[in-house]
Design a binder for this molecule. Structure first.
Ligand code: GDP
Length: 331
């Protein structure tokens, strides 16, 4: 991303064999398609450039490649393809034979790395909903070992591969995409720092900064993320957006009715409170608190306003440095 020119959006490349699930991932994460509907998707047979920027906070492109793409085809502009790209996501169907996918992975990452040594390589071990817990671990170990052995045999040990177990039938695909997108956000350390300050001063258990449209979290505090908390916060966003959509006053251009007044509080019967506030047109803060710690809501509201101001400043700095063409720093 550091090399991306201001007018260029950071790019994510999504690659993998035919039928590995690339189009389904895009549709489910960014276009709200329900997982069952993906059964009827037509297979990808051309390069699809999907621009996510209009609807969501994260500005990047996904290039969905047909699985049978041939790197030796001279009409392909590989320099352009891998050159300005921040992250390469390679999707492997965990329910299928792995050999062909691993060969393709090897060819793809070595090619990409040769052209762009800064490219980050992420591997989605996908469709794991069909596997048992033990099986998942075995497949991950197998893929990890074989792909790294291949790289070592080829004498390239400078490529670091990250692995994620994913499925469109649960939140794992959102979680994996969150981690990938975070690698494209230069302000991440500043955002995490602000979230840490917020939770420690407000007795909050866990806080996420969400992209409302995709339900990807672009940052969280440094305590570990457990799937259940993340899922709970995703569900809350769904509830808020749905209720706002039905009862909210909508501007002409704003189809979600999510605005600076958006605020929601849900008390669960296990002494937990969920707290959601709008941070910017696409971002929301969602926090999990213990009910006992929520007695002084005024303090939390006040801390939130300071937090929102700081977040806005972080992004303004970024926009200013982009506009002036100076290199971006971490603010
Ligand atoms: P593409 O050619 O890589 O774009 O693959 P598609 O997105 O067309 O997906 C191929 C098939 O895999 C479709 O029938 C999807 O329903 C199915 N699929 C995609 N993701 C998952 C998943 O996480 N779990 C399961 N069980 N099937 C999936």
């Amino acid at each position: 991303v550091g090399t991306a020119r201001p007018e260029q959006k950071p790019r994510i490349l999504l690659m993998g064999l035919r039928r590995s699930g690339k189009s389904s991932i895009l549709k489910v994460v960014f276009q709200k398609m329900s997982p069952n509907e993906t059964l009827f998707l037509e297979s990808t047979n051309k390069i699809v450039k999907e621009d996510i920027s209009n609807s969501s906070f994260v500005q990047f492109q996904i290039w969905d490649f047909p699985g049978q793409i041939n790197f030796f085809d001279p009409s392909l502009d590989l320099d352009n393809m891998f050159g300005g790209c921040g992250v390469l996501v390679f999707v492997i169907d965990a329910q299928d034979d792995l050999t062909e996918a691993l060969n393709k992975l090897h060819i793809t990452v070595t090619k990409a790395h040769k052209i762009n040594p800064n490219i980050k390589c992420e591997v989605f071990i996908h469709k794991v909903d069909g596997l048992t817990e033990d099986n998942k671990m075995d497949v991950q170990r197998d893929i990890n070992q074989r792909s790294n052995d291949d790289l070592q045999d080829a004498g390239i040990d400078s490529i670091h591969l990250s692995f994620y177990l994913t499925s469109i039938y649960d939140h794992s695909i959102f979680e994996a995409f969150s981690k990938v997108v975070q690698k494209l956000i230069p302000q991440l350390p500043a955002l995490e720092n602000l979230l840490n300050i917020l939770i420690s001063n407000s007795a909050i258990e866990k806080a996420f900064l969400f992209d409302v449209v995709s339900k990807i979290y672009i940052a969280t505090d440094s305590s570990p993320v457990d799937m259940q908390s993340y899922q709970l916060c995703c569900d809350m966003i769904d509830v808020v957006i749905d209720v706002s959509g039905i009862y909210g006053v909508q501007d002409d251009c704003d189809s979600t009715a999510f605005d600076s007044q958006s605020f929601s509080l849900i008390k669960l019967n296990n002494s937990t409170v969920l707290y959601l506030r709008e941070v910017s047109t696409c971002l929301a803060l969602v926090c999990i608190l213990r009910e006992d710690n929520f007695e002084k809501q005024g303090v939390i509201d006040y801390n939130f306003l300071c937090f929102r101001k700081a977040i806005q400043q972080v992004f303004e700095l970024r926009n200013k440095s982009l506009a002036s063409g100076s290199p971006t720093d971490d603010a």
